[in-house]
Ligand binder design. Structure first.
Ligand SMILES: NC(=O)c1ccc[n+]([C@@H]2O[C@H](COP(=O)([O-])OP(=O)(O)OC[C@H]3O[C@@H](n4cnc5c(N)ncnc54)[C@H](OP(=O)(O)O)[C@@H]3O)[C@@H](O)[C@H]2O)c1
Length: 365
């Protein structure tokens, strides 16, 4: 049964006098901790944001010519450009120079966001900015850094802070997969030899994989929290959002021949849950979600990329392996990233985008 809520006045709060003066509008709703008994906490200073009701009134008072072009304003909020609005948003994408990071970069920048792309290889990032950053409503700005190192993350934070007052979208996408193994065996001895005696399967390989795929997401998120938390004050209460790139590999029960990678991706999913929860508990306006892709063409899955930084996987390769009968495409990921970036009611979730991979492979616990 839903909890009983106190009855509220139906006068929109933006039309009521604010106890904090004119700086607070309907969009600057005080942030509450989940404990009901705690008094509302107001973060300040809060920039005045326009009142939704007044905007609506302005819509109704437009000329009849404008009215006839858009003759039912009751639906105005349902336009695609409103639902998936990333215009003027500031994004940072790690690993934006190839694969899934590049797909996300194009999705956001083409629709008006300013996107900082981060990676260790300057040429890759510059090529992405040259090929995809011209004649678009947004921007693509390369920043070279190794995000598996704390001092590099600090440098990145000061670089972005010196240019921006807020960060709307942080896509912790960079990730690596190091070793594959033969997992099929006919005896305990064979299985042990395959998995234990493999000279490339080392503790160092496991920790290197983990370092890039998990703590990197933790340190990037926590370092950028102040800038992310500032986002809602700048865009009509749109809360800053973190998207961790995990994987269906962290969900399926098969090791897919890489235990270390899959274990790291399961950790990324749980890290997402914990961060989302702790951030909410502290009353901050930052949402944390995760995207769990199936198979998408990238340097990781295809081994290389072309002169436009794009990678290719033959369609036939996945015809019988995935219910969708194909690998993921740019638009599948672009669409998911826009959804994760803009849906204000999504928090602490992992969204698989996998063509039905989990359905056929089966999930773990
Ligand atoms: N492709 C898939 O099918 C798939 C499926 C599920 C999940 N994922 C996940 O998607 C993410 C992106 O991978 P991808 O498949 O698109 O592969 P990718 O093309 O290899 O992209 C990974 C990017 O991360 C960057 N990177 C790696 N380590 C970094 C570091 N320490 N600091 C900064 N940048 C770093 C790489 O650039 P530099 O080497 O130049 O630094 C590269 O551009 C990964 O987290 C991966 O696990 C991929």
């Amino acid at each position: 049964m839903p909890p009983k809520l106190p009855l509220r006045s139906i006068t929109p709060s933006c039309l009521q006098p604010s106890p904090l003066g004119s700086a607070i509008s309907i969009f600057a709703t005080p942030v509450r901790k989940p404990t009901l008994s705690r008094p509302a906490r107001v973060e300040g200073p809060v920039t005045a944001a326009p009142c939704r009701l007044l905007i609506l009134n302005n819509h109704f008072s437009t000329s009849s010519a404008a009215m006839s072009q858009n003759n039912n304003n009751n639906n105005a909020d349902f336009k695609l450009e409103k639902l998936f609005d990333v215009k003027g948003k500031v994004a940072l994408i790690t690993g934006g120079g190839s694969g899934i990071g590049l797909m996300a970069t194009q999705a956001l920048a083409t629709n008006g966001a300013k996107v900082y792309i981060v990676g260790r290889t300057e040429e890759k990032l510059q090529r992405v900015a040259d090929v995809y950053g011209k004649d678009i409503p947004g921007e693509i700005i390369p920043l070279t850094a190794d995000v598996s190192k704390k001092d590099e993350i600090k440098r990145l934070v000061s670089e972005v802070s010196s240019r921006e007052k807020f960060l709307s979208i942080l896509f912790n996408n960079a990730g690596i997969s190091l070793n594959t193994q033969q997992t099929e065996a006919k005896s305990a001895e064979e299985m042990s030899a395959n998995l234990f005696d493999d000279p490339d399967e080392t503790f160092e390989m496991w920790t290197d994989t983990y370092r890039t795929n998990v703590p990197q997401q933790f340190f990037m998120t926590t370092a950028f929290l102040p800038l992310l938390n500032a986002a809602h004050r700048h865009h009509d209460n749109f809360s800053g959002v973190v998207i961790n790139n995990s994987s269906i590999s962290g969900i399926v029960k098969t090791s897919q021949h890489h235990y270390a990678y899959n274990a790291s991706k399961a950790a990324s999913i749980h890290l997402t849950t914990m961060l989302a929860n702790e951030i909410v508990q502290n009353g901050l306006r930052v949402r944390v979600n995760s995207v769990a892709p199936g198979v998408f063409p990238s340097e990781m899955t295809a081994g290389e990329s072309d002169e436009k930084q794009k990678s290719h996987i033959p369609r036939e390769k996945y015809e019988s392996k995935v219910p969708a009968a194909r690998p993921g495409e740019d638009r599948d990921m672009a669409n998911a990233i826009l959804f994760l970036a803009t849906n204000q009611y999504l928090n602490g979730q992992t969204v698989p985008v996998d063509g039905g991979y989990i359905l056929s492979a089966g999930s773990g616990p």
